[in-house]
Design a protein around this ligand. Structure first.
Ligand code: GTP
Ligand code: MG
Length: 215
């Protein structure tokens, strides 16, 4: 499973800059450095659709990608191995790589502005059908994760929330423990375990979004 085509549309810093809402959308949110941009790339089967950085706070805009809007896209990562699946997603949707929350080094005014934008986005975006809330499996639930749970709840967002554990690499010792804590904190939520580094969980994430966002 992989995206047939990926097109970057806009890096938005206000809702006015977001594209029109005729196509369904999924947003990837989570703490700074949790691995959102890496997961966007792994999920879509691209090496550099989204920018990845060792330094937290890399993504500063709501980066919107149009997926499967074109029939072919030759820049697919050669490292992507096709997983055996009877389903090949061909329908168009949008994916939004949201800046990380809780990055200490950005100014307070930037953080506030960004929070206001995120709350407004979650609460008012008509085509937003799912939010993937990423949690680092090596770090576990942090204060910023709980704040994000709260913000999503308060925003009025009524679509699906999928909790995505990131960095579940083979050597990650804490993954099982963190998974249990996440299930306890959000008993009703669907949880998908992933590693962008090792390509784990890609098909599971596509399946979780099938029929919700992905036609
Ligand atoms: P911001 O844009 O700053 O909010 O960060 P982000 O959430 O987009 O994280 P990004 O994808 O840029 O990755 C942050 C760091 O985590 C990078 O050094 C990545 O190489 C690393 N990383 C991402 N995914 C994985 C993974 O599956 N396993 C491991 N071991 N490292 C990962
Ligand atoms: Mg990023």
């Amino acid at each position: 499973i992989f995206a047939r085509s990926v097109r970057f549309i806009v890096g938005a810093v206000s809702s006015k800059q977001l594209p029109s809402t005729e196509v369904k959308e999924v947003a990837f949110v989570g703490r700074s450095n949790v691995g959102k941009s890496s997961l966007v790339n792994m999920f879509l089967g691209r090496t550099k659709a989204a920018y990845v950085s060792k330094k937290p706070g890399k993504t500063r805009q709501f980066n919107v990608f149009d997926v499967n809007s074109a029939s072919v896209d030759s820049r697919r990562a050669s490292s992507v191995v096709e997983e055996s699946s009877p389903w090949s997603p061909s329908g168009r949707f949008r994916l939004v790589d949201v800046p990380g929350s809780g990055y200490a080094k950005v100014s307070e005014s930037y953080r506030d502005e960004w929070k206001v934008f995120l709350r407004e986005y979650l609460g008012t975006r008509d085509n937003l059908e799912a939010v993937c809330h990423l949690v680092d499996s090596r770090v576990g639930l942090q204060k910023t994760d709980l704040e994000l749970f709260e913000l999503i709840g308060e925003s009025g967002f009524a679509g699906d929330v999928i909790i995505v554990l990131t960095k579940v690499d083979k050597k990650s010792a804490r993954a099982a423990e963190v998974l249990a804590a996440v299930r306890q904190a959000a008993p009703a939520a669907r949880v998908v375990s992933t590693s962008s580094k090792e390509g784990i969980g890609r098909a599971a994430l596509w399946r979780a979004l099938k029929g919700v966002v992905v036609p």
